[in-house]
Structure formats: structure tokens, C-alpha cells
Design a protein around this ligand. Structure first.
Ligand code: HEM
Length: 425
């Protein structure tokens, strides 16, 4: 298949449903493919890993927005994302990342382990009650969404009663991260951005007045000897980013992972029998069906990527999901194999923007799968699942399961046998 046709197909509903045949088609053209018209696509594992560290490839931040979409630069959702840490370049990025990292420490993440277990168990109790009579329950709504949102809100210090209304808002906002979106989606993203910014402005003011032991309080107080504290707008933009990055992605890790297991009963049984294998399964879920399939950069002054010239102003699409299926890096890439040696998918990116929440996402994944399978010995698929129809953040909208035949109480034996393990970033 022609490379341009493969990329066009990826952006179509069919490609968003199943991008993997198109990734395979792109691999046949080499690790870096010049699509013409200033567009380059990177699919090779090593090439992509290096591209993430190539200083000539810049984030699609304010400068890019001005260059390409000047008329949209003032839209709240465009402004918010483009000025957040995720899309800013150095020296600003390094400074903000250092300040946020100072509050978002490995110690704070590790200390969340008991809370993640408690929150997971509470949701599993609810799942057990809802499905006790054998009725299908939607794993996405009841667990895959609910756990990451509860965890990130616990970390940030968002009160429990405020957590439910975040879901549609963050879903609306995240549409802005897709390569293609409609005018209506942009309007919804803008409305969501304004609501979330206002919410966090109130919360930050409360925590400034009365600090607690949470990330919002820590970030409000964070100071940098050279530059003064995190600016007000920087604080709010990055709080919204943390909220959005903290659960859309992890929700998809949980949903994509469970779907893979339900389709592979032998693997499901193996993981249930040995919950200590959960971290290795999580890595393979990340590789096989990455919750984030792509990111992008541009080359304002031009660049050379593995010998391929990118013209000044050229766009570079980095297909993380394709790199995770690179046959040069992974033997039998189309096979789900949690025992692959040296499995290091690129799902969390790499280089200066390497995912700040990787350890937290791994903690949540390891805890969730260990406890879920231990708790429900008869967990099964229970109906048709549907995808969300998005490419960048790939996941399910619904994933009906049956949990029938299990006890509805807390404190199961599974909770005692499964120990989550946090990997280093
Ligand atoms: C399975 C779950 C997750 C996946 C697959 C994922 C993936 C990614 C990727 C690919 C990037 C880099 C994007 C780029 O280079 O353009 C990134 C950045 C980031 N992620 Fe995650 N993420 C996950 C969970 C989380 C969580 C739980 C949090 C926060 C609590 C988080 C916070 C962030 C932040 C703040 C950045 C920006 C870092 C920077 O620009 O320096 N992520 N993530």
C-alpha cells in the first residue's frame, strides 16, 4: 500500500477502529517516510526514540499555532494545551517541568499505593453489586474511567463530590488532541477548557489560603529561586493538563488491557494464577494496544530525521503505536506476549517530554488487574464493545462484562495475594 494512502486510511473511521494493518503497510516503506508536501511520518522504533530527542523537532506550541492556525490561537482550548508543559519547548519547558516535578515526586506517587488499592477495591465492590444477578456491567464507566479519575483527583486534592462531572468535560477537551476535529468539537473543547480553568482557579485559591497535603497545595507553593513561583496561568494550564493526561490515558490502558485478556482466556487464567506478573502484562498491553497512539512535532528550521530531509516548517507525525509494532525491534510484533524479553514500548514517549505520570499509570495498571482478576473468578465478556473512534487516545467507549457468581464483600483473598509494583520511569 502507498504510504500516503496508509496515512489517509489511518485518519478514516476504519483506521481509527483498527490502525494496525496501516502501521504494517507503513513499516514496509522504512522507519521514516517522506509523504511529500512537508509531511514526514516516523514508524521505526529506534528512529522514533531518537526523533523524540532531536532538538530540531519542536513541540507544536504557541509558535506553531501562530504559524498554522493563527485565527485559532485565542481559542481557550488551543491556548491552554499549546501553553501547557506538553507542548512547550525549552527553556520554558525545562523550567515548568522542574517545578511540577518538585511537587509530583516519586515519593508522592509511591505513597499513593494504599489509596489506589482502596479506591480499586471500592469500585470492585460496586461492580460486584451491579453485576451480582448476572447483568452485564460496563467496565469502562464503572471501573476504567472511575479508578484513574479517583486517583488523579486524590493526588491533586479534588474533593470527591466534584469528580463525576469531569468525565464529559475532559473528553470534550481531549478531542483537541486528535489530528482532525470538527468546529463543533472545537467549540465544546473551548467551553470545557474555560470551565476547568475556572474550577482549578477556585481550588488553587482555596489551597493557597488553607494548604493541605495534596498536589494542588504543593504546586501553589512551589517556588523557583531563579524565576519566582509557577505563574498563575502556568499553574492552571498545567493542573488541567495533569487532570486530562492523568485519566483519559490510564482509562484506555485499563480498557484495552482487559479487552485483550477477555479475548485470550489462557492469558487471563495465567495472570489470575500469578498476579505478580501484572507489571509485565501492563507493559505488553501498553505495547500491543497503546493508549496514546501518536504525537507530533514540527521543524521550524528544517531537520534531518534518519537521513530524511524535513523542509523548514515541515510536520513530523510520530506513530508511537506503530513503533511498538516495529518488526525490527519486536519479534512477532502482532503476537500478544507478556513474556517478551526487554519489552520497552514507547507508549510513554521519551526524551524531555517523557510522561510525567508513567510510574503512576503503571501503579494503577498493576493494582487494577491484580485485584480485578482475583476478585472475579468468572469475569467474562458480556456483549458488544465499542471503540471511542479516536486515534490519538485509543480506547473503548463501552466494554460490557459479566462478573456473576462472586461474593459482594470487601477484603478478598486476592487483595492479599496481589502486590502492585511501581517501575521506574
Ligand atoms: C497509560 C497511561 C499514560 C500514557 C500512555 C501516557 C502517555 C504519554 C505520552 C506519550 C507523553 C509524551 C507526549 C509527547 O512527547 O508529545 C506523555 C506526557 C505527559 N504525561 Fe502521560 N501518559 C499516561 C498517564 C499519565 C498520567 C497518569 C499522568 C499524570 C498524572 C500523565 C501526565 C503527563 C504529563 C504531565 C506529560 C507531559 C510531560 C512533559 O511535557 O514534559 N500521564 N504521556
Amino acid at each position: 500500500m502507498d504510504a500516503v494512502a496508509a496515512v489517509e486510511a489511518l485518519l478514516s473511521p476504519e483506521g481509527r477502529e483498527d490502525p494496525f494493518p496501516y502501521y504494517a503497510a507503513l513499516h514496509a516503506h522504512g522507519p521514516v517516510v517522506d509523504l511529500g508536501g512537508g509531511y514526514t511520518v516516523v514508524v521505526g522504533y529506534d528512529a522514533l526514540n531518537r526523533a523524540l530527542r532531536n532538538p530540531a523537532l519542536r513541540e507544536e506550541g504557541p509558535e506553531w499555532v501562530q504559524d498554522r492556525w493563527a485565527e485559532w490561537a485565542g481559542n481557550p482550548s488551543v491556548r491552554l494545551f499549546s501553553q501547557s508543559m506538553l507542548f512547550s519547548g525549552d527553556p520554558g519547558h525545562a523550567r515548568v517541568r522542574r517545578l511540577v516535578s518538585r511537587a509530583f515526586t516519586p515519593r508522592r506517587v509511591a505513597a499513593l499505593a494504599p489509596a489506589v488499592e482502596r479506591l480499586a477495591d471500592g469500585l470492585l465492590d460496586r461492580l460486584a453489586r451491579l453485576g451480582a444477578d448476572g447483568a452485564p456491567v460496563d467496565f469502562m464507566a464503572e471501573f476504567a474511567y472511575a479508578l484513574p479519575v479517583a486517583v488523579i483527583c486524590e493526588l491533586l486534592g479534588v474533593p470527591e463530590q466534584d469528580r463525576l462531572w469531569f468525565r464529559p468535560l475532559v473528553a470534550d477537551l481531549a478531542a483537541q488532541l486528535e489530528p482532525v476535529y470538527s468546529k463543533e468539537q472545537l467549540e465544546a473543547a473551548d467551553a470545557a477548557a474555560l470551565t476547568l480553568l475556572e474550577y482549578f482557579a477556585d481550588l488553587a485559591a482555596q489551597r493557597r489560603a488553607e494548604p493541605r497535603d495534596d498536589l494542588v497545595s504543593a504546586l501553589v507553593q512551589v517556588r523557583d529561586e531563579d524565576d519566582g513561583r509557577l505563574g498563575d496561568q502556568e499553574l492552571l494550564d498545567n493542573l488541567v493538563l495533569l487532570l486530562a493526561a492523568g485519566f483519559e490515558t490510564t482509562t484506555n490502558l485499563l480498557g484495552n488491557g482487559l479487552a485483550l485478556l477477555l479475548d485470550r482466556p489462557a492469558h487471563l487464567a495465567a495472570l489470575r494464577a500469578d498476579p505478580s506478573a501484572a507489571p509485565a502484562y501492563v507493559e505488553e498491553f501498553l505495547r500491543y494496544d497503546s493508549p496514546v497512539q501518536l504525537t507530533a512535532r514540527w521543524a521550524p528550521e528544517g531537520a534531518v530525521v534518519e537521513g530524511v530531509a524535513v523542509p523548514p516548517g515541515g510536520e513530523v507525525l510520530l506513530l508511537l503505536g506503530a513503533a511498538n509494532r516495529d518488526p525490527v525491534r519486536f519479534a512477532r510484533p502482532e503476537e500478544f506476549d507478556p513474556e517478551r524479553p526487554g519489552n520497552q514500548p514507547l507508549s510513554f514517549g521519551g526524551g524531555p517530554h517523557f510522561c510525567l505520570g508513567a510510574a503512576l499509570a503503571r501503579l494503577e495498571g498493576g493494582t487494577a488487574f491484580g485485584r480485578l482478576l482475583g476478585r472475579f473468578p468468572r469475569l467474562e465478556a458480556a456483549g458488544v464493545r465499542t471503540r471511542r473512534g479516536r486515534l490519538t487516545l485509543r480506547g473503548y467507549a463501552t466494554l460490557p462484562v459479566s462478573v456473576a457468581g462472586t461474593a459482594t464483600g470487601t477484603g478478598t483473598a486476592a487483595g492479599d495475594t496481589c502486590r502492585p509494583s511501581v517501575h521506574g520511569g
